[in-house]
Design a protein around this ligand. Structure first.
Ligand code: SAH
Length: 190
């Protein structure tokens, strides 16, 4: 999927780009690693939640992987970004199909609570750094299922991957340091 539909500037640079509203589209290497980690769970038919969907780019990439009968919900807490993600997706024929078939939909919600109406999910991606390990996100995973999430602790952010196994037990792995926009309360006026 062409990142130029989603990044307003320098779409082919391996760096994040500002998309407005205090948000960035993550760097391609970051999206690539998120996809790679979630890949065993991004099969055709899978149900996926993308929290902090922002530009919508990763939402689109994951949707391509779960075609033709999967479901991807992209959640952002800023309505203008929900609209932007939809508009970005509508720039390509593939994206328009994803929207019109209902395979993808974008909603305004507080991702710290997950998105219960689409649960349980095979894969949950969080694109903003959480201040804590939100148990509700693990609760909304299938067994098996996988969560990819940056978490901030003591001023440092790290990627965590949480696996829920078939017996319902969970295993959390800390991977590497990152810098993401925070997963916060919604700004008042948007
Ligand atoms: N994956 C996106 C990342 C956008 S930046 C992309 O690559 O384009 C992180 C996004 O998280 C921002 O769009 C921000 O509005 C959103 N966000 C922050 N806190 C949130 C919350 N509590 N619920 C939902 N979205 C949130």
């Amino acid at each position: 999927m062409d990142r130029a539909h989603y990044a307003p500037s320098q779409p082919y640079e391996d760096s994040p780009q500002i998309i407005g509203y205090g948000a960035t589209i993550s760097a391609p290497h970051m999206h690539a690693d998120a996809c790679e980690k979630l890949l065993p769970f991004l099969k055709p038919g899978a149900h996926v939640l993308d929290i902090g969907a922002g530009s919508g780019y990763l939402t689109h990439v994951m949707a391509e992987l779960v075609k033709p009968n999967g479901r991807v919900v992209g959640v952002d807490h800023i309505q203008a970004l929900v609209n932007m993600a939809e508009a970005n997706m509508a720039k390509s024929a593939e994206g328009r199909d994803l929207l019109s078939s209902g395979l993808v939909h974008f909603v305004k919600a507080d991702g710290r609570e997950g998105y219960s109406s689409g649960a349980p999910y095979d894969a949950i991606h969080v694109g903003a750094a959480a201040a804590e390990h939100h148990q509700v996100l693990v609760d909304q995973l299938k067994a098996p299922g996988r969560l990819f999430m940056p978490v901030e602790e003591n001023g440092l952010q790290h990627i965590y991957v949480v696996d829920k196994t078939t017996d319902g037990s969970t295993e959390r792995k800390k991977l590497y340091g990152v810098r993401y926009v925070p997963l916060t309360a919604a700004p008042r006026d948007r």
